[in-house]
Design a binder for this molecule. Structure first.
Ligand code: AMP
Length: 262
């Protein structure tokens, strides 16, 4: 693997507006009102893997700000669907939301239908950061086929690793903006005003699936269904493993140094 791409130390593009991700969150014929920024180099197309609560969402935000690529989280699609009226929710979405509440995986068929409906995001000139997808080998194979048919290639897969006890501590302090989905932590990444999002003023909440019982199920599911992706991407020579301890900035810089050696 030889990327030789630009990977900035800090934010290289300053205060440029972030893409509003409408195409990803709503799917179908929707397009982004604020399109992604044009990357300073070739677009990055990245998959992030790691146990729930390891900080993928936070890294995805930092990477998105600095590389310009759009943060595409399948979990965010389901969370966004919660705001729809029940009559607007398809049976598949209703079922997905019930499974999600318990910390269980949504079926591959439902997830893949959602991703296929958003195929435009895969070939977007801004690039992408997939967070929470793929989560099973079947999803990874389907993603490979989708990218092949769209003639785009993954740049790299970042795999974040951390001991389980540290992950549990991270999850219990995590808060998410109910409006823009920005991620905070009460101890390590607090908002300026407690309970209020720095970006949009939205209310910060604890996700239902961050409750202890749901976390236990999510950890087990990760070990059984998602960890096998590590070998899958190692075989494709796309995998870069990063120790996820430290502050978000330290983890970003570690990610960057490893990416520069690609
Ligand atoms: P996340 O925000 O990535 O932790 O996702 C939250 C929840 O959404 C997960 O616990 C699953 O219930 C569901 N989900 C998100 N992405 C996927 C996926 N790729 N496959 C199956 N279920 C998913």
């Amino acid at each position: 693997m030889k990327n030789n791409r630009f990977f900035p130390k800090m934010d290289a593009v300053g205060e440029m507006p972030k893409s509003d991700r409408t195409a990803w969150l709503k799917g179908g014929a929707f397009t982004c009102k604020v399109p992604p920024r044009t990357p300073l180099d070739k677009p990055w197309r990245i998959v992030l893997i790691g146990a729930p609560g390891i900080g993928k969402g936070t890294q995805a935000e930092l990477l998105s700000e600095r590389l310009g690529a759009c943060h595409l989280s399948t979990g965010d699609i389901f969370r966004a669907s919660k705001c729809l009226q029940p009559s607007e929710q398809s049976p598949a979405i209703k079922e997905a939301m019930a499974l999600m509440k318990e910390g269980k995986l949504v079926s591959d068929t439902t997830v893949l239908n959602l991703v296929r409906e958003r195929v435009g995001c895969m070939k977007c000139s801004g690039g992408f950061l997939l967070d929470g997808f793929p989560r099973t080998i079947a999803q990874a194979e389907a993603l490979d086929n989708l990218l092949l048919s769209e003639k785009v290639k993954l740049s790299v897969v970042f795999n974040y690793e951390l001991p389980v006890e540290t992950i549990i501590a991270r999850i219990s302090g995590r808060r998410t903006c109910s409006n823009c989905k920005a991620v905070y932590h009460v101890a390590t990444r607090p908002s300026s005003v407690p309970g209020v999002c720095d970006h949009c003023g939205g209310k910060l909440v604890q996700r239902e699936d961050d409750q202890p019982e749901a976390v236990r199920v999510r950890m087990k599911t990760y070990a059984e269904s998602t960890r096998p992706l590590i070998d899958y991407y190692k075989k494709q020579k796309l995998l870069v493993t990063i120790q996820a301890e430290g502050t978000p900035e330290e983890i970003y810089q570690r990610t960057r140094l490893l990416a520069l050696t690609l």
